[in-house]
Design a protein around this ligand. Sequence first.
Ligand SMILES: [Zn+2]
Length: 63
Amino acid sequence: MGNEVVFLCRKCNHHLFAENPTINTLKNISEMDCPECGEDGCHNWVLSHVGDSEKEKENYNWK
Ligand SMILES: [Zn+2]
């Protein structure tokens, strides 16, 4: 079962999935450039919902 927090790129709506994120994971994501459009990470990612990357095909697994 998926238990992933889904973030959206403000610019291109790219989905970013973080599985069982910790505070450190969230911090890293907030600083990460969008892999799709290259938008700067700072304040770019919007928390969307808790989802399942296996069901939502636009899959990006953050490790
Ligand atoms: Zn983007």
